[in-house]
Design a protein around this ligand. Structure first.
Ligand SMILES: [Fe+2]
Length: 227
């Protein structure tokens, strides 16, 4: 596989998953990714552990600068979920990480989709993206480019988010992943060589051009530029 690489498996994610289960109020305190119907992540619920400082965006209504800033700050949920720390910093150690970016816990319900998109902007080009699987059952499908993986609970994957990707949760249970952005020592130099496209209203993703591979479950994505 070229778009996915399993970094680890058998990780003890239960302490964090249990803590999340016990604190449902943490979900969707920040809805930048999930509140716009055209967003690829409209069906997702989020817990932000680390993200860009949105103070300026809140004050001015202009979130465009977020695309160009690499700095993430801790959000209150990170302190309330200390069980995430050994997973995140263990991953940092394993991959030679030298800077920690965004960390999000994201939940997709049964039957839910994350529609096809490419992660764009300088943040996505600067950081490597990893998924720590906190909970998943058979049928939770993750496509990047022409490859599909069914990630299992306790596994950690790197994946190439410059490839068009999508998710279909065809299982009967929630898909819960901890997404971690890490700047690695071997990362390429700065600069975004990714596919050009259209910035969506959430300011975080670009829509790609045409592609020729089969989509998950025959899903027909929205027309280019319609977001
Ligand atoms: Fe993405």
């Amino acid at each position: 596989m070229k778009n996915f690489l399993k970094i680890a498996d058998g990780c003890d994610v239960m302490p964090l998953m249990y803590a999340v289960q016990r604190k449902p109020e943490l979900w969707n305190q920040n809805k930048l990714r999930t509140s716009i119907p055209e967003s690829p992540h409209f069906e997702v619920s989020d817990i932000w552990l680390r993200f860009n400082d949105l103070t300026r965006a809140t004050e001015t209504g202009d979130a465009s600068y977020i695309m160009d800033e690499h700095e993430s700050i801790d959000y209150p949920a990170f302190a309330q979920l200390p069980q995430a720390r050994p997973l995140i910093f263990g991953l940092m150690s394993r991959v030679g990480g030298e800077r920690l970016g965004r960390c999000l816990i994201t939940k997709l319900p049964p039957g839910g989709r994350i529609t096809p998109h490419v992660d764009g902007g300088s943040h996505a080009a600067y950081y490597e993206r990893f998924h720590i699987v906190l909970h998943a059952k058979a049928g939770s499908r993750f496509r990047a480019g022409d490859e599909v993986v069914e990630m299992k609970t306790g596994e950690i994957y790197w994946f190439d988010n410059s490839q068009e990707h999508e998710v279909l949760n065809a299982s009967d249970d929630d898909r819960v992943h901890l997404i971690v952005d890490v700047r690695c020592k071997s990362a390429p130099v700065d600069g975004d060589s990714r596919a050009p496209g259209v910035v969506t209203p959430d300011g975080l993703h670009w829509v790609t051009g045409e592609a020729n591979f089969q989509r998950l479950d025959g899903y027909a994505r929205s027309e280019k530029g319609s977001l």
